[in-house]
Ligand binder design. Structure first.
Ligand code: SF4
Length: 344
């Protein structure tokens, strides 16, 4: 049985407290101390009686925490954290600053099994799913260092919807008023397109914003760079997203990494516009971030601007995201490059 108190929702902590002969409300102290006051020691939860703190420890309960191995700072202000998990696996987390907004890009798996051709994390291969505690703790550590995190994007290493239960649990924890109290509109799950999981998520009683890493407007091209497309082709993906929108009334973001001479032509932009018009969505065009483990190159600034203009002219809200954190390999698609090859 999992004894990590950080890995529990408030209702799960209430059950633990009651099973150990305590009143239900005692759980609130544990939850708040862990998720609002960033406590990593049971002995520090001062509102609990000494006897109960001892009982928890004797029963094997503990509070896990990430070990920060290294912090990298880019000249544009972006910071990347390299964390070690209890079993020695490593993950990365990135904080991006934009005026008053502090956005944390969190990892949900150590490595990734999705094999997207442009992504460094894919080269690490899949190691394991993170626990909800390991996901939530990325916010705890960075918040301690950089102050209140306003937005969390599940867009770091791994495919969040293939670690469905832990991701959903971490959302419940982060959203809870007794913890970080981060609003659902400030929590975004980014998926490479696991259509079944998107449909499942649409039926939950807690639903974050959704972003889809699309990167190609046709099945032929998408299957070449994102193998998951063979299982869930664009039509199936769009249907799942449409259902999510119907149930949540939330705008969906499509992310599109522009790669030179691959997915950046006028006709790609026109096909993408046609696709996007079917949904209430916006598109983030992302400048490709080269790294030694992939052979692709970034589209030129002119090509990106021309691509954006075609989408804009078609009435699609489009934002260009130029490279951030590139020097420290913290940009989109680069996470894991330092773990793969620490010498670079
Ligand atoms: S882009 Fe995302 S889903 Fe694809 S391999 Fe990288 S981490 Fe995995």
């Amino acid at each position: 049985m999992d004894k990590d108190l950080k890995n529990k929702t408030l209702s799960e902590l209430e059950v633990i407290a009651e099973n150990l002969g305590q009143k239900k409300f005692v759980a609130k102290y544990i939850f708040t101390f862990i998720h609002s006051k960033n406590t990593n020691k049971i002995s520090n939860i001062s509102p609990l009686s000494k006897t109960f703190r001892t009982t928890l420890t004797e029963q094997g309960y503990y509070i896990s925490h990430l070990n920060t191995l290294k912090k990298f700072t880019d000249s544009d202000g972006t910071i990347k954290y390299l964390f070690e998990l209890a079993d020695g696996n490593r993950i990365e987390t990135v904080i991006l600053f934009d005026r008053k907004r502090k956005t944390l890009c969190v990892s949900t798996q150590a490595g990734c099994a999705m094999k997207c051709a442009f992504c460094a994390t894919a080269k690490l291969k899949f190691k394991r799913n993170l626990t909800a505690a390991e996901i939530a703790d990325q916010i705890n550590v960075v918040q301690k260092d950089k102050g209140k995190i306003t937005n969390v994007v599940y867009m770091g290493m791994g495919e969040p919807l293939l670690n469905y239960d832990a991701v959903l649990k971490s959302i419940r924890i982060l959203n809870h008023p007794q913890g970080k109290n981060i609003g659902l509109r400030h929590l975004t799950v980014s998926s490479c397109g696991i259509a079944d999981a998107i449909r499942k998520l649409s039926d939950e009683n807690i639903r974050p914003r959704l972003a889809i890493s699309l990167n190609a407007p046709t099945d032929t091209l998408r299957s070449k760079i994102m193998p998951i497309n063979k299982k869930y082709p664009i039509k199936a993906l769009i249907e799942a997203v449409r259902l999510y929108q119907l149930k949540t009334d939330l705008r969906v973001t499509f992310e599109y990494v522009l790669i030179k001479n691959l997915n950046d032509s006028t006709s790609h932009a026109q096909t993408l516009a046609k696709l996007a018009r079917q949904l209430k969505c916006n598109i983030n065009l992302i400048e490709y971030n080269p790294h030694p483990s992939c052979k692709f190159a970034a589209s030129s600034k002119e090509t990106i601007e021309q691509f954006a203009k075609i989408l804009d002219d078609a009435g699609i809200e489009t934002t260009i995201r130029f490279k951030k954190g590139q020097q420290i390999k913290a940009a989109c698609g680069q996470l894991g490059a330092d773990i793969l090859n620490p010498a670079t």
